[in-house]
Design a protein around this ligand. Structure first.
Ligand code: FAD
Ligand code: UDP
Length: 370
């Protein structure tokens, strides 16, 4: 009998398992995938750490979380500054004075504000959806070229049928500042995320290729921390929660040293089927041994409708799914010694720093008085 069965060797499960083990508890971690790390998993290909489940850049304002992850990995100072390609035009992101210069030729904040103010006048009252929110933030030109196509591909829905909050994730600045994230601390682990996760799990038994649904009766545990999809735990008995899925096409380009000159380039036109291209070596921008490799690994990211056999990447937090999630929560509240956690267990978008924070908080709740 273990004290804690942790379902999912993703970031949440790994941090929580580490803390439980450090507090002297007997812990077993299982994951249905053949590797640890969940979506932060990286794999080395010819000297280049490859983010197999999309670009992962750690960013946070939470000093405790930042200090915590550095116990398990050295982080470089990679600062995300993606570009957006629309037809044959190239724009800086997030929306800032460089973008506005490229869009309208303006060079001063006042000129950019005047254009945006004129364009946002078409929206009166509180924005009711993503389209209205985007236009009221940056005006119609930026919306049409840099937001509409990308967002409709990403979410598979029209912008006027998506919640406004999605677009408020992106910074808007009237300075020449291309940093995608406002957070004070940012970077990518040198050597990738997998060694960091392995260090967290050091000394803990991990069983891979093990699906909880199939072994749940066979592993006696005093408590279970479950980071898989909450609806799957209940065999979907109230109906399936919906997700947005992705498909990644990763290619090792032999003989190409530098394919696109940046880690991330977004493709914002509706008629290009992918949303972004990632060139992995640029995450290790300050490591000559990676940058100077005579090949490069590149990933095309295609959004996909989710089906039961696909990975559930993004929860679809619209009204219908949120209500269904609340009903699953009510079922979950009746389960004894079982905690639903992580982005799938709680059906919410969570960045890595939110995930580490939530795992540390749960660990404090369980272990701080022992
Ligand atoms: P997961 O990583 O999903 O781990 C859950 C684990 O549970 C998985 O390994 C799964 O196989 C396992 N599991 C599920 N069901 C079962 C079962 N029945 N039995 C056994 N195992 C099971 N965050 C950032 O901060 N910066 C970024 O740049 C960033 N980029 C992202 C890009 C993409 C494309 C995506 C999808 C996410 C990104 N994130 C980013 C978010 C980041 O991936 C999450 O914060 C983090 O992975 C959450 O960890 P988790 O442990 O909750 O979930
Ligand atoms: N977005 C956009 N154009 C871009 C990048 C982002 O319209 O070039 C919108 C899109 O709706 C996306 C949201 O902004 O879902 C949040 O972007 P973010 O980069 O945070 O998305 P993530 O990396 O989490 O998928």
């Amino acid at each position: 009998m273990v004290d804690y069965l942790v379902v999912g060797a993703g970031l949440f499960g790994s941090v929580f398992a580490h803390e439980a083990h450090a507090a002297g508890r007997r812990v077993l971690v299982i994951d249905r995938r053949g590797h640890v790390g969940g979506n932060v998993y990286t794999e080395e290909t010819g000297g280049i750490p490859v983010h197999l489940y999309g670009a992962h850049i750690f960013h946070t304002d939470d000093e405790e979380v930042w200090r915590y992850v550095q116990r398990f990995a050295a982080f470089n100072r990679f600062t995300n500054a993606p570009l957006a390609r629309y037809q044959d035009e190239l724009y800086h992101l997030p929306f800032n004075m460089n973008t506005f210069h490229e869009m309208w030729g303006v060079t001063r904040p006042e000129e950019a504000r005047a254009i945006i103010d004129a364009q946002r006048a078409e929206i009166t009252g509180e924005p009711r959806n993503l389209e209205e929110q985007a236009i009221s933030l940056v005006g119609r030109d930026v919306f049409e070229k840099l937001i509409r196509g990308y967002t409709e591909k990403q979410w598979g829905r029209r912008c006027d049928q998506l919640p406004a909050f999605i677009i408020r994730r992106l910074p808007l600045r009237f300075t020449f500042d291309n940093r995608y994230f406002n957070d004070r601390f940012q970077g990518v682990p040198v050597g990738g995320y997998t060694p960091m996760i392995e260090k967290m799990l050091s000394g803990i038994e991990v069983r891979l290729n093990t699906d909880y649904q199939q072994v749940r009766e066979q592993i006696p545990a005093a408590k279970t921390v479950y980071t898989g999809p909450i609806d799957q735990y209940f065999d979907g008995r109230l109906g399936a929660l919906e997700y947005r899925s992705l498909s990644f096409r990763t290619v090792d380009l032999k003989g190409v040293e530098n394919y696109q000159g940046n880690a991330v380039i977004n493709y914002t036109a509706a008629d290009v089927p992918y949303t972004r291209i990632i060139e992995h070596k640029h995450f290790a921008y300050d490591q000559e041994d990676v940058i100077k490799q005579d090949h490069t690994v590149v990933t095309w990211e295609y959004p996909m409708p989710w089906q039961p056999d696909c990975e559930p990447y993004y929860p679809l937090n619209d009204r219908k799914n949120t209500e269904l999630y609340q009903r699953y929560r009510a079922l979950a509240a009746q389960e004894k010694n079982l905690i639903f956690a992580g982005r799938l267990g709680q059906y919410q978008y969570a960045d890595m720093d939110d995930t580490v924070r939530a795992a540390l908080d749960l660990a404090k709740e369980h272990f701080s008085r022992s």
